[in-house]
Design a protein around this ligand. Structure first.
Ligand code: IPM
Ligand code: MG
Length: 359
């Protein structure tokens, strides 16, 4: 499964003029705008594109009262790909269910575009072995992919709330599990580790049954194992290089991917791709809006820049350009580039220049 890299032919172009890729950009909040600029600079060094920028998340709440307007959702559907930086911040933090939250924009966009498959690659780079809180001999050689189901489960089940009680329901259907399992099996090189909590949760028992069915009927040549989520969390720090593809449901994937990020040295290193079955994909770093360092010019732009690489690969089918960005990032790190989160002093602008210099 790949997001369709639709090439938009614009009505207004000259006859015969090449069509231009249309990217919807959503800088969002906090450090979002500071890392979006560098991402577009890197993209612009490789290909020509049209960018249409909109307010999103907290910035959209301030301007429009909601985190995602119908207009932005429609613009996203029309784009060839959506590039998102980060949303949220203390200004909009609330426990009042009646108040809008920036995260609703993100969830609305994922659901509205049907982006059920979230890919989060985690690669330990030799240059950053020393930046991880885990010992080098543990993390060396880690190259795994978290395949997270993104539009179902407890994130989207019915919610209730009274003053003294609250509930979130977790629902999965066979079809939802089948389609994400197929994504994981197709991406696997060695093995799929399906992570669930089948010893407790009914949804996990269905999950496990369906994954076994898909495996037996379509991917019997790929190795499959089942690991309970608590045990998976432990193995991720004890022996991360044993994993190839981790296939899991929405909330487990959210938690395990933050944990896995530390293998790379910083959550500021991890990009993600969210794909559906056609239509534009959404590409964003897994980290948040880091309000504590917003405006200081010190945010690590690499996860955002690597999200551009995933956009080129999965959204626009430009594999050579995607690989060029990844290798430029690798070489910049090998030469010593370190932003603050990685224990160095490079600013956002310096990190961007270092990547551009190696493109
Ligand atoms: C992520 C984030 C989001 C999620 C939040 C911001 C809603 O943590 O993309 O991992 O929970 O999915
Ligand atoms: Mg998360």
């Amino acid at each position: 499964m790949r997001a369709a890299g639709r090439i938009r032919t614009e009505d207004s172009c000259w006859y015969g003029a090449p069509s231009v890729t249309g990217i919807l950009t959503l800088p969002g909040d906090g450090i979002g705008p500071e890392i979006m600029g560098p991402a577009l600079q890197v993209l612009g060094a490789l290909t020509s594109f049209d960018a249409e920028e909109h307010l999103f998340g907290g910035a959209s709440i301030d301007a429009n009262g909601v985190a995602l307007t119908d207009e932005v959702l429609a613009a996203a559907r029309d784009a060839d790909a959506v590039l998102l930086a980060a949303v949220g911040g203390p200004k909009w933090d609330t426990t009042d269910p009646a108040k809008p939250r920036p995260e609703q924009g993100l969830l609305g966009l994922r659901k509205g575009l049907g982006l059920f498959a979230n890919l989060r690659p985690v690669r330990a780079q030799p240059a950053l072995y020393g930046a991880s809180p885990l010992r080098e001999e543990r993390i060396a050689g880690t190259d795994l992919l978290v395949v997270r189901e993104l539009t179902g489960g407890i994130y989207f089940g019915a919610k209730t709330r009274t003053r003294d009680s609250a509930s979130d329901s977790c629902v999965y259907t066979r079809e939802e599990v089948e389609r994400i399992a197929r994504v994981a099996f197709r991406a696997a090189r060695r093995r799929v580790t399906s992570v669930d909590k089948a010893n407790v949760l009914e949804t996990s028992r269905l999950w496990r049954e369906v994954v076994v069915d898909v495996h037996q009927s379509e991917f019997a040549d790929v190795e499959l194992e089942h690991v309970l989520v608590d045990n998976a969390a432990m193995q991720l720090v004890a022996d991360p290089s044993r994993f190839d593809v981790i296939l899991t449901e929405n909330m487990f994937g959210d938690i395990l991917s933050d944990e896995a990020a530390m293998i790379t040295g910083s959550i500021g290193m991890l990009p993600s791709a969210s794909l559906g079955s056609g239509g534009p994909g959404l590409f964003e770093p897994i980290h948040g809006s880091a309000p504590d360092i917003a405006g200081t010019g010190t945010a690590n732009p690499l996860a955002m820049i690597l999200s551009v690489a995933l956009m080129l690969r999965h959204g626009l089918h430009l594999e050579a350009e995607a690989a060029a960005i990844e290798s430029a990032v690798d070489r910049a790190l090998a030469e010593g580039l370190r932003t603050r989160d990685l224990g160095g002093t490079a600013t956002t602008a310096q990190a961007t220049q270092a990547v551009l210099a190696h493109l």
